[in-house]
Design a protein around this ligand. Structure first.
Ligand code: SF4
Length: 386
């Protein structure tokens, strides 16, 4: 039984005559991204709100989608979970009361160009502002896609020098944009430089490519990621429709080379905000051997309040998953506290009471209790005497 969605079908699309070897070339996918309304209209029947959204958000956040990901979306159904992630609506022009341009407080934590140092032992390197697909809910939209330029080596060198001289740093997260928009040579340079610092244990690479452009995961790339490991790929699938045969193959390539793949979904209204949606996604991810790591509460970035769900929605989803699926498929619900204060995880109240050495719980099968250890618990009976 094939558990994954089929790869996109090219017949009756603008790419019907593209040679198969070009279609699976990630460089071709990036070069041939759809970036304007007329090209988009060749693939989708656009609604008035979508056409207006494309027009009105032109100067707010870049629009772009690579052909592979565009074909995962439904041509007609405006409720399609992929379509909602790529085509802007006019709601994006609304500035919500709570919206912030830099909800994670990254600017005040920037210690060198493109380098954020929030937690003592970790840094975040924003190594590019480019992505194969500009997700309409992007939290870093204040910088992502703005220039669409490769960060210069002299700029990156300042960040790398900070990493090398700051001995408390044990982990570097290369992100962006999408970290894998860096070509192999640039990525190799970054990883080589980072690895030259003896105090670095782990390099993490943040990328949506396994979901949005799986052809980016090539044997040559995998070799670089492996050679400068331990490397963790932090990927980002939001819906089961992204779990295609090509996506599964890209994850297999990584895992077979010993590169762990962790998934971070964003909880998005109308896209994946139900127990069923997260269950279906995570069943597929676990079958691919990717770990459902975080389910992120949507941040307070400007113009994305229509994607945000109440915090309770995420709590109810985690509650609904408990007992229904194995723990492997239950991500941590995570809130990035505004103001640069860092992430916290949130979970349902499964412990309903704790007093006098007794902890009471509710589980998916009912209520029960656990006698906690107390300093002077009396011996009930000596078992050797029976
Ligand atoms: S891939 Fe990541 S950084 Fe790029 S637009 Fe999507 S959410 Fe933002």
């Amino acid at each position: 039984m094939n558990r994954f969605y089929s790869n996109p079908e090219l017949s009756n699309t603008p790419w019907a005559h593209v040679a198969p070897e070009l279609w699976v070339d990630w460089g071709w996918q990036i070069k041939n991204r759809i970036t304007d309304i007329s090209a988009l209209a060749q693939t989708f029947e656009l609604t008035k709100d979508e056409s207006d959204g494309l027009e009105k958000t032109k100067n707010l956040f870049r629009f772009s989608v690579c052909p592979y990901y565009a074909l995962l979306a439904d041509k007609r159904d405006t409720n399609c979970p992929i379509r909602k992630q790529i085509i802007p609506s006019t709601q994006e022009t609304i500035l919500g009361e709570q919206d912030q341009s830099d909800p994670l407080g990254e600017e005040m934590l920037e210690v060198a160009p493109n380098l954020i140092h929030r937690y003592p032992d970790r840094v975040l390197l924003l190594a590019t502002d480019r992505c194969p697909v500009y997700c309409r809910f992007c939290t870093r939209r204040r910088i992502v896609g703005r220039l669409e330029q490769q960060a210069t080596r002299s700029l990156l060198q300042q960040a790398l020098d900070y990493i090398k001289r700051t001995k408390e740093i044990r982990e570097v997260l290369i992100s962006g944009g999408d970290a894998l928009m860096n070509g192999d040579q640039q990525l190799k340079y970054l990883m080589q430089e980072i690895r030259s610092a003896a105090h670095i244990d782990v390099i993490r690479v943040a990328t949506r490519m396994p979901a949005t452009c799986p052809m980016r995961i090539t044997p040559a790339l995998v070799e670089i990621l492996r050679d400068y490991g331990p490397t963790y790929i932090m990927t980002h699938f939001n819906h089961e429709k992204e779990c295609t045969e090509a996506a599964a193959r890209s994850i297999k390539l990584l895992l077979d080379a010993g590169i762990q793949v962790m998934n971070q979904s964003v909880l998005l209204q109308g896209i994946n905000d139900s127990v069923e949606a997260i269950e279906n996604l995570n069943r597929k991810l676990v079958f691919m051997r990717a770990i459902p790591y975080y389910l992120h509460q949507c941040d307070l970035a400007e113009g994305i309040s229509h994607f945000r769900t109440p915090l309770q929605t995420g709590i109810d989803i985690i509650d609904g998953l408990r007992g229904r699926v194995s723990g492997l498929m239950i991500p941590k619900l995570c809130v990035d506290v505004p103001g640069g204060l860092g992430k916290v995880t949130v979970q349902p109240d499964w412990m309903t009471e704790r007093s006098n050495g007794i902890a009471k719980f509710r589980t998916f099968r009912g209520s029960g209790q656990y006698p906690d250890i107390r300093p002077a618990d009396p011996i009930h009976a000596d078992m050797t005497k029976h």
